[in-house]
Design a binder for this molecule. Structure first.
Ligand code: SAM
Length: 228
């Protein structure tokens, strides 16, 4: 049984299988970026991804199963990942749109990548979202610039971006699930906004670093409350 407000150092498929049907209002998933290729697409082969397909099919099925009747999902991917991820997720989940996240990075070689995609969908077709699908939020750069706290994971997302997703698609007390938690930005955003969370992270190092980040935040909040 997976408890709310926990960071679980395990494979997300094993963890999701232990969660009840319809328990989650929101899924924020940031899977590893396009396996088989380097950051500039020079190595690896598209066919290498065939081995990952059964995993993502199982994942999509589990995500659909744990979402409640008003559930919503946001799945990060870059331009290389879209061709692989979209057909798999769209087979099991009601995809509605693709959000473009403008990371505001500066110019660079081959037109520096300054956007990523976020696949969006909702179970209830009556779900209303009155907004554009282009979002601007400064991301972490490859240098030392920090957006919102320390960078402890190579693909760490800014807290403000995850907070935007959470406030758009859930209310305080709702359960948010992040199957690929990395540095646990989702947990941090949930604590800040009063949502419950379940995070899975397969790397022991990142699960521990994420737990540390959460513990520090909780300690800060506790200290502030005691002072009042
Ligand atoms: C793109 S990163 C997530 C970064 C995160 N959004 C953040 O802000 O730090 C993807 C993470 O998924 C983890 N991961 C990969 N396969 C996994 C699996 N099967 N189950 C759980 N975590 C996994 C990786 O170790 C990596 O830390």
């Amino acid at each position: 049984m997976i408890e709310a407000n926990t960071i679980n150092n395990m494979d997300c498929l094993d963890g999701l299988a232990q969660m009840p049907d319809g328990c989650a209002k929101l899924i924020v998933a940031d899977p590893p970026y396009f396996m088989g290729l380097t950051h500039n697409g020079q190595h690896g082969q598209f066919n290498d991804l065939a081995v990952a397909k059964p995993f993502y099919r199982q994942l999509a099925k589990q995500l659909r199963r744990i979402l409640n009747d008003h559930g919503e999902f946001y799945i990060f991917m870059d331009w290389r990942g879209c061709a692989f991820y979209y057909p798999i997720f769209a087979e099991y989940l009601p995809v509605k749109n693709m959000i473009v996240w403008d990371k505001m990075s500066g110019p660079g070689n081959f037109y520096n990548s300054s956007h990523e995609f976020i696949l969006y969908g909702c179970i209830d077709p009556q779900t209303k979202k009155h907004a554009r699908n282009v979002w601007t939020e400064r991301g972490f750069t490859s240098g030392s610039i920090q957006t919102d706290g320390e960078k402890i994971h190579p693909s760490q997302k800014p807290i403000a971006l995850i907070q935007r997703i959470i406030t758009d698609a859930s209310v305080p007390g709702d359960l948010v699930v992040d199957p690929f938690a990395g540095s646990c930005t989702t947990a941090v955003a949930c604590i800040r906004t009063g949502r419950r969370y379940v995070c899975f992270e397969v790397s022991e190092t990142y699960a521990a670093a994420g737990q540390d980040r959460v513990d520090k935040l909780l300690a800060e909040r506790q200290a502030r409350n005691t002072k009042k």
